[in-house]
Design a binder for this molecule. Structure first.
Ligand SMILES: Cc1cc2nc3c(=O)[nH]c(=O)nc-3n(C[C@H](O)[C@H](O)[C@H](O)COP(=O)(O)OP(=O)(O)OC[C@H]3O[C@@H](n4cnc5c(N)ncnc54)[C@H](O)[C@@H]3O)c2cc1C
Length: 492
């Protein structure tokens, strides 16, 4: 009986901790430092590849709720984050070296965890007794990516992310934008049978999916531009500073997903024939098509996020905010997410995964982390938490389970396994993907707090209904170093 985990990042490390805490032996394969990735810099487990922030830490914020749920479920990532916390206002930010050091130490010292430093080039054999978790992240090595494609199907594995910026709806100036779809086409809001999230994401990712076109699948807010406004925007765009990119990012852009600055460098009017095309968009205030237009598409069910259609970009975030705020209607926009283009290996979750993070066609195999189709450090670790817990239960011959959809972790799992596969894109946790309240209080803050309060009550209920073995701690080691597993009490 044992769990094999491939990838010692945020998800794999959390999964290893959860499985070992349930008294199951874990073998964790991490290819660094034997085989480095293009962005990791150290040999530590759970290295943060970019920002040092785990984002908001309050319960009126969905990622704050996700973190609180993880704490209650005994997350190692959350414990290490607390112990390496640095001042960051309402956010949880960490000293990255200390954070990764604490995780590496905790797992290295755990009596049930063996860390093997090697690249796993093919998916290991798995069985109910010996489940396997693949948590190799956005930079999954080439050999393993090829194997994954053969398991999930080439069409369900993506290799690059071209992400458009997202703005907070309430910061869009409604006096300046107008609502319309190109040519007044009738709008297809939700694909029938596609689950609750049919209309939430844009088809901005690779493999033939066209980016930056109004595909008639939603309502749009249109930011009209005069010729003068376009000229000023264009000049600022071509002068903006691009983020440092890695060669793989630069070399292999998909023609249908070019960053806006690359398009702008191709010619003065390239954008006006691409994502800023005004044809078919008549501004009701002038009765005419504007010189250029930027379209904003609703990005979540709650309607509080709008993405800039076709505006994938790798301009540095400071410059990005400055340039995008030149778009009429976005002068005071707050960005929920900036645009970026980077390598990102992930599966089309809804076609491949169950809510338990098991591969539907092979339940002894789990996917976790970014490659399972979630986005972000915390979300990756949260999926690892559930995958590790369930893999351990499976190995012990017990029932696997999913969390209630009213919890943030449960909602994330539901999104990954039930979103519309036609336009699937990894998602951060947002209140927009959580089951709405029957009688929501008025006001966003109160509503969010009520969602969090319900989530934590439901989580506690779920935990109380599941007696689990307590984590084997170092104090409980027997004289020969073997862990003593204490049965019967809930693990928190
Ligand atoms: C350039 C870039 C910047 C990002 N910036 C942010 C950010 O600022 N904030 C944020 O929240 N998210 C960011 N992300 C997303 C981020 O990668 C994920 O949120 C998070 O790291 C995913 O965790 P993970 O465990 O799935 O993958 P990782 O943390 O990447 O861990 C995967 C591990 O698997 C190992 N591995 C890969 N292939 C193999 C193999 N075949 N055999 C053995 N080991 C293997 C890797 O070495 C790595 O250690 C960024 C991603 C990229 C690519």
């Amino acid at each position: 009986m044992g769990v094999r985990i491939v990838g010692g990042g945020l998800a794999g490390s959390e999964a290893a901790w959860q499985a070992a805490s349930r008294g199951v032996r874990v073998t964790l394969h991490e290819m660094r430092p034997v085989r480095p990735t293009a962005v990791h810099k150290t040999d530590r487990l759970a290295e943060l590849v970019c920002s040092n922030s785990f984002r908001g830490d309050k319960l009126d914020n969905a990622v704050g709720l996700l973190k609180e749920e993880m704490r209650r479920l005994g997350s190692l990532v959350m414990r290490a984050a607390e112990e390496s916390r640095v001042p960051a206002g309402a956010a949880l930010a960490v000293d990255r070296e200390r954070f990764a050091g604490l995780i590496t130490q905790a797992l290295s010292e755990h009596p049930l965890v063996t860390i093997v430093r090697e690249e796993v080039a093919s998916i290991p054999a798995s069985s109910d007794n010996e489940p396997v978790i693949i948590a190799t992240g956005p930079l999954t090595s080439d050999a393993l990516s090829a194997q994954l494609a053969s398991i999930v199907g080439q069409d369900h594995l993506y290799f690059y992310d071209a992400i458009s910026p997202i703005v907070l709806a309430e910061t869009i100036d409604r006096e300046k934008v107008f609502r319309a779809s190109r040519w007044d086409r009738s709008l297809r809001r939700t694909v029938k049978g596609a689950g609750v999230l049919g209309a939430t994401v844009q088809g901005a990712t690779v493999q033939g999916a066209a980016c930056g076109v109004d595909d008639g699948q939603g309502d749009y807010l249109n930011c009209p531009m005069t010729r003068d406004e376009y000229e000023r925007f264009y000049a600022a765009l071509v002068a903006a500073e691009s983020a440092t990119v890695h060669d793989f990012d630069r070399e292999r852009f998909f023609e249908g997903c070019l960053p806006i600055e690359v398009m702008a460098h191709r010619g003065h009017d390239t954008l006006r024939f691409g994502p800023m095309k005004p044809v078919g968009l008549v501004d009701p205030r002038t009765g005419r098509e504007p010189y250029a237009a930027v379209q904003l598409r609703q990005d979540n069910l709650a309607g509080d996020h709008f993405s800039l259609v076709g505006f994938q970009t790798q301009i540095k975030w400071g410059d990005q905010a400055r340039v995008l705020r030149m778009i009429p209607g976005l002068e005071n926009a707050e960005f929920v997410r900036f645009g970026m283009v980077h390598r990102n290996t992930y599966v089309n979750g809804p076609t491949v995964l169950a809510e338990t993070w098991q591969v539907r066609a092979r339940p002894s195999l789990f996917f976790a982390g970014q490659m399972s189709g979630v986005e972000g450090y915390v979300e990756s670790a949260a999926s690892g938490l559930l995958a590790g817990m369930n893999a351990a239960l499976l190995a012990r011959g017990e029932h696997v389970s999913a969390l209630p959809r009213t919890t943030a972790i449960g909602a994330l799992a539901y999104y990954v396994s039930h979103a519309n596969p036609a336009h699937y894109e990894p998602s951060n946790i947002t209140f927009g993907i959580m089951q709405p309240l029957d009688r929501p209080p008025k006001g966003k803050k109160l509503r969010n707090e009520a969602l969090s309060a319900r989530a934590l009550v439901d989580l506690e209920r779920w935990m109380a209904s599941r007696p689990e073995p307590q984590a084997a701690t170092r104090d409980e080691k027997s004289s020969n170093g073997e862990a003593v597993v204490v049965e019967g009490s809930a693990s928190r």
